[in-house]
Write a new protein. Structure first.
Length: 199
């Protein structure tokens, strides 16, 4: 079947879309434990970019799990497939000229390396939201840690499943030491040169 798949060449290119939008496109990938603050920070970053006229879109774990990936479990294999599909969707959006913000636990280093390969290294910014499991459990925004401790949730990252922290993220945010506003400002400062069509 694969030999019958021939990509079609379209006249409007990624560069054309970026030029039309007046900014570069890339993927901002927020990784960290559940409750670390990924979605909160990504949301404010998107608001700031939107105010500057940047074309954006946010992909979030819960939303994706209810739609395109609603057939996947939380087994290690399905987690890998979950991230692979998200990376492919994000790659299409980067090609469309958008700055994509993705907030996913994405606990495995090999999966995050695969994202980088799919969207291309130059289009990938890894943001590690570094919050201790103790703090995430104290916040327990969605009540997941309580359920995991009660045995109601299996393969809970940080409790009964591993989280492989990024070794060299582009940006590391320690939410127990800095405010959301400070974190957002640091991220915006980092990506501003990347947005420029001159870079």
């Amino acid at each position: 079947m694969k030999e019958n798949i021939i990509p079609h060449s379209y006249q409007v290119s990624q560069e054309d879309r970026r030029t039309s939008n007046k900014h570069n496109s890339f993927l901002l990938w927020f990784t960290g434990l559940s409750g670390s603050g990924k979605s909160t920070i990504a949301n404010v970053v998107e608001q700031k970019l939107f105010e500057k006229g940047i074309k954006t879109y946010t992909l979030d774990g819960d939303n994706i799990r209810k739609g395109i990936n609603n057939d996947l479990s939380f087994s290690p294999e399905d987690r890998t497939e979950n991230i692979r599909r998200i990376a492919e969707v994000a790659g299409l959006m980067v090609d469309a000229g958008l700055v994509v913000l993705a907030a996913f636990v994405s606990p495995y280093k090999k999966d995050r390396d695969n994202i980088r390969r799919i969207v291309k290294d130059v289009n990938f910014v890894e943001v590690y939201i570094n919050t201790s499991v103790e703090e995430c459990e104290r916040r327990d925004v969605k009540g997941l840690y309580k359920k995991a401790r009660a045995g109601e949730i299996k393969n809970m990252t940080g409790i009964s499943a591993p989280y492989e922290a990024p070794e060299n993220p582009d940006i590391e945010i320690k939410t127990e030491q800095e405010s959301v506003d400070k974190a957002v400002n640091r991220i915006i400062e980092f990506i501003t040169p990347k947005l420029s069509r001159q870079s």
